[in-house]
Design a protein around this ligand. Structure first.
Ligand code: KIV
Length: 296
């Protein structure tokens, strides 16, 4: 029986637990590892603009780019739910345009659901997408696609009037049919209040411990993205340091002649070549990709 995490299974976690553990992923190799580690949801976030493309913000990311990375992630993921982030200007213009873009993401990106930023102003867009049978995850609070309107990546909802607006945004998304809502960059107390006020799971990033789940950008949680370290990021590994260290050792071994040694080199074989190559394939499907193997 498949242990695939479905949309209804995520919705049920609000009551039944355990908390939802979501991470971003952008490629097959990392997605396979995060899936094996038990992540419940893999989000192909538009954060890829910053951590993959080296941009200062997420605004230039396109639907085609999200779908390209989505296909890679979906191909490698067995259990986790794969969600695609709707990029800036793919959904804001109208509910019709939003539905068209969401449909394209499910048809060509391998996604099981889409996520989009905004609250009351996009409630109709969410309603339209959900009515077409496409599950939608909302995203309120610090919405990075509004970086210029917010005056930077700033914590939201710290004053009562602003908190009331974020709460109303979350409620509007639930009313419109969103099956879960990301809460980003909010005071922990507001994260708790929203979580208690809506009937769908909240997934926090910098919104305190009371949410129904948490999400982190994989390059942050692995310690690989070191340009910015927001307060809410906890590094569960220091792979950035490990990569720099490994690169130094590699450079030294290449330059010193220690790599490649005999254990990492191929030998010659006696007799003529097999012109059909038949021996290499009999009884064995070729891997989708893999290391160079000795010719048999
Ligand atoms: O783009 C992204 O990675 C996100 C998550 C951080 C929630 O929106």
């Amino acid at each position: 029986m498949s242990d695939k995490i479905t949309v209804p299974a995520i919705a049920a976690r609000k009551q039944a637990g355990p908390k939802i553990a979501m991470l971003t992923a952008y490629d097959a190799t990392v997605a396979r590892l995060l899936d094996e580690g038990g992540a419940d949801i893999l989000l192909v976030g538009d954060s890829l603009g910053m951590v993959i493309q080296g941009l200062p913000n997420t605004l230039p990311v396109t639907v085609d780019e999200i779908c390209y990375h989505g296909r890679a992630v979906a191909r490698a993921t067995r259990r986790a739910q794969v969600v695609g982030d709707m990029p800036f200007m793919s959904f804001q213009i109208s509910p019709e345009r939003a539905l068209e873009a969401a449909g394209q993401m499910l048809k060509t990106g391998g996604f099981e659901a889409v996520k989009l930023e905004g609250g009351q102003s996009v409630a109709e867009h969410v309603r339209r997408i959900v009515a077409a049978g496409i599950p939608v995850m909302g995203h309120v609070g610090l919405t990075p696609q509004s970086v210029h309107a917010m005056g930077g990546f700033r914590v939201q909802g710290q004053r009562e009037d602003a908190a009331a607006r974020v709460l109303a945004d979350a409620q509007a998304l639930e009313d419109a049919g969103a099956y879960s809502i990301v809460l980003e960059g909010l005071p922990a107390d507001l994260g708790r209040r929203i979580t208690e006020s809506v009937g769908v799971p909240t997934i926090g990033i910098g919104a305190g411990p009371h949410c129904d789940g948490q999400v982190l950008v994989c390059y942050d949680f692995l310690g690989m993205y070191r340009d910015i370290k927001p307060k809410f990021v906890k590094r569960f590994a220091e792979l950035g340091d490990a990569v720099v260290e490994a690169t130094k050792r590699y450079v030294a071994e290449v330059q010193g002649g220690a790599f490649p040694d005999a254990a990492h080199s191929f030998g010659m074989k006696s007799g003529p070549s097999d012109p059909t190559g038949a021996k290499a394939v009999v009884g064995q499907a070729p891997p989708a990709y893999g290391p160079a193997r000795d010719e048999s």
